[in-house]
Design a protein around this ligand. Structure first.
Ligand code: PBG
Length: 326
């Protein structure tokens, strides 16, 4: 009897062999790069809580978008900060706000780059919550009306995809109806459908200045202990007209990404959030691991779980790594 016929190591003998049998394809086409815009001029200010990320002003963001497009990344996801916060977050739907102006500048400079805009009130409200406060509670339906108004202002500025991240019930329907009534039939909705109340948003809240002034987001974002409910959330959003659905964060919720991919036909996006980004950066900066292979391993895990689209602050670095590994 010869040695076992099957030796798994045969398929790992050389880079070409490993490439030939590699099952999961990660490409630059899968990536979305988030960008932060704030009012002002000539800004490119490093964000303290997020290594390698910047606050741009509407006049400087187009140059960054050009760089993203040159790397062949298909889309950016824009977050806006206001000049002034108020109770209702009214700058969220102002056509003169930083985000709306940034959309116009980017469209003018790089029309082929897709612009996705985050639709939420938390950076714009004094409370730092994603919705309006009535009697000490987050009021669902009045918030949905303002989110629809906000999404419409993004579409009017030229956004290709609007992405509600607030987790109010029914907001996708409000937004879809509002877009249709205003003839934005082609503006797509990417819904943050299964968004968990996660500790991994910490660095982002420094960047967006959106830490809740009181309490937490547990009455609207999901409990990390729940799985089936994520599928119910996604099903509802698809029913209401979401074109792309999202699971967020990614790494602690790979099981949810996988189940969503198995159950639904819509494209599934996964958000590799700020805490995941900084966890890896911090470990690499401390000399505990090698950054570049760790980035790819992380992104491969998200892709392998079933994500069609990966939103990641590593998008630019990953695009360069993937190019050099082809
Ligand atoms: C706003 C929003 C958040 C993120 C995306 N949109 C923060 C939150 O819900 O508190 C988090 C992104 C990240 O951590 O990278 N609602």
């Amino acid at each position: 009897m010869a040695f076992p016929k099957i030796r798994m190591r045969r398929l790992r003998t050389s880079p070409a062999m490993r490439r030939l049998v590699r099952q999961t394809a990660l490409t630059v086409d899968d990536l979305v790069y988030p960008l932060f815009v704030r009012p002002g001029r000539n800004l490119k200010d490093p964000i303290e809580s997020m290594t390698g990320c910047f606050h741009f002003s509407p006049d400087t963001v187009a140059a960054e978008a050009e760089e993203v497009a040159a790397l062949k990344i298909p889309a950016v996801l824009l977050f806006g900060l206001p000049e002034k916060k108020d109770e209702n977050g009214s700058e969220a739907w102002s056509e003169k706000a930083a985000l709306q102006r940034a959309v116009k500048e980017i469209k003018k400079a790089v029309p082929q780059l897709l612009i996705i805009t985050d639709v939420c009130l938390c950076a714009y409200t004094l409370s730092g919550h994603c919705g309006l406060i009535k009697n000490g509670k987050i009021d669902n339906d009045s918030t949905c009306r303002l989110l629809a108004k906000t999404a419409l202002s993004h579409a009017q500025a030229g956004a290709d995809i609007v992405a509600p991240s607030d987790m109010m019930d029914g907001r996708v329907q409000y937004i879809r109806e509002c877009l249709e009534q205003n003839a934005f039939h082609e503006t797509a909705i990417m819904s943050y459908s299964a968004k968990y109340a996660s500790a991994f948003y910490g660095p982002f809240r420094g960047a967006a200045d959106s830490t809740p002034a009181f309490g937490d987001r547990k009455t609207y974002q999901m409990n990390p202990a729940n799985a089936d409910q994520a599928l119910a959330e996604i099903a509802l959003d698809i029913e209401q007209g979401a074109d792309i659905v999202m699971v967020k964060p990614a790494l602690c919720f790979l099981d949810i990404i996988h189940r969503a991919k198995t159950r639904f036909d819509s494209p599934i996006a996964a958000y590799n959030v700020s805490g995941e980004y900084m966890m890896l950066n911090s470990a690499a900066d401390a000399g505990l691991l090698q950054k570049e292979p760790a980035i790819l391993e992380m992104l491969y895990s998200i892709k392998r779980a079933g994500a069609d689209i990966i939103i990641t602050y590593f998008a630019k670095q990953a695009a360069k790594l993937l190019r050099s590994s082809q």
